[in-house]
Design a protein around this ligand. Sequence first.
Ligand code: NAD
Ligand code: UGA
Length: 437
Amino acid sequence: MEKICIIGVGYVGLVSGAGLSEFGNEVTCVDIDEERIKQLNNGEIPIYEPGLKSLVKTNYNNKKLRFSSDINKSIKNSKIIFIAVGTPQKKNGEADLSYVYAVANSIADNLNHYKIICTKSTVPVGSGEEIEKILLSKNDTKLFDYVSNPEFLREGSAVNDFMIPDRLVIGSRSNKAFSLMKNVYRPLFINETPIINTSVETAEMIKYASNAFLALKISYINEIANLCEAVGADVHQVAKAMGQDGRISPKFLHPGPGFGGSCFPKDTLALSFLGTKNKLPLKTIEAAIEVNNNQSIRMVEKSILLLDNKISNKKIAILGLAFKPNTDDVREAASRKIIPELIKLGAQINAYDPVAMDNFKNHFPDINYFNSWEDAITGTDACVILTEWNELRGIDLRKLKSLMSKPVILDTKNILSVSKLKNLKFKYDNVGRKISL
Ligand code: NAD
Ligand code: UGA
């Protein structure tokens, strides 16, 4: 088992740190955000992620997991250094690698003995080479090996995804580094998790190609859903039957208001940027991005239609603000695109989300927030569901109707029963089924 330092304690860094300590390693997680480190040392978990709190607590108490603001010392004391800082998008769509390169410089200054420098952040092909150049500018080649180890966890199920991954990708040209990395993930290696040992460039490409393919699948089913509405087909039955074909698989065929989150939007743009830079434009990815942008606009248009083109001064309840259920993350959430459009049209917004309201308030301080869906819905002219939280799946439609001024619902996640809505005489719309109520 190895001494590990994880730089960047966000969704990926914290889950990876907790998971790797659970695998038996001695892990120190560091971050430039001192407040975050203080919180963690006080037993507070700065993000909402099911199962994470107990995993962190157990390993912290066992002294397998530590949190520190002393980045230099933590690098010096460790053998394997993971880079897990953000790689947001620049205005032109390119991935912003400034955080990654800043970390690479800190590592370069602290290579006191042989270490593996491993990137977990999602970085475009060629970044590993740049990181190696930074490390070599101050060090001898013998002092380190570079590894690309992209992460495939999903928010909301991150702990499970990390502990039981479909595969591990380890990009490195060094046999020594590969066997050390296998040791880091020893329980997975013993459990015969597929491990793909490849070049750094291929590992970097695998991550983008995977994310972009999943995004493409979502945009595809959203386009089919829109066509289903026009021609009278049911997208759920279409997706179910498509999914029976093992070559297609039923996963990532759920229609909705478009994909959001901190990864698909930025990673599709970054891959598209890389294609254009190499004079090989990726037409399918560009189309997936365009379809996704249009899908949120379509949800606004559906809201307008449901309210008979009279949206000004209407009170609209938005249920679900997170980009998906079981997370408090609102980065690139559909809510962040749809709410401002409704406000521009003169609507007043009542919002509710089981866990993401605090994060959302940082971006939209002036809308009305409520601590329950019942309070958010009271006296509203329409309700728009944007996240498929289990709590919202179980909404009592009779109660909902009794609390609203008018029984009007747009269910962008198709979580409510159409027949019940019909019986209760709701004015209703969804994604991918022609509704004739
Ligand atoms: P995040 O924004 O949640 O966390 C990044 C952390 O890095 C922050 O706490 C920040 O303070 C810290 N940081 C920034 N600069 C630093 C520095 N110089 N030194 C130390 N700490 C620093 O990011 P995230 O969502 O965890 O994503 C991290 C990377 O992993 C991204 O490249 C992302 O694409 C990739 N990824 C994310 C997910 C996901 O589900 N969020 C899944 C797979 C891969
Ligand atoms: C995604 C990938 O699934 C992870 O494998 C990857 O590691 C991660 O990005 C990353 O690189 O950061 P995540 O964004 O956390 O994970 O969540 P997903 O479950 O993939 O959902 C992304 C978006 O697509 C959400 O807005 C979700 O609502 C939407 N979605 C997903 C659909 O609209 N339909 C689907 O069928 C599936």
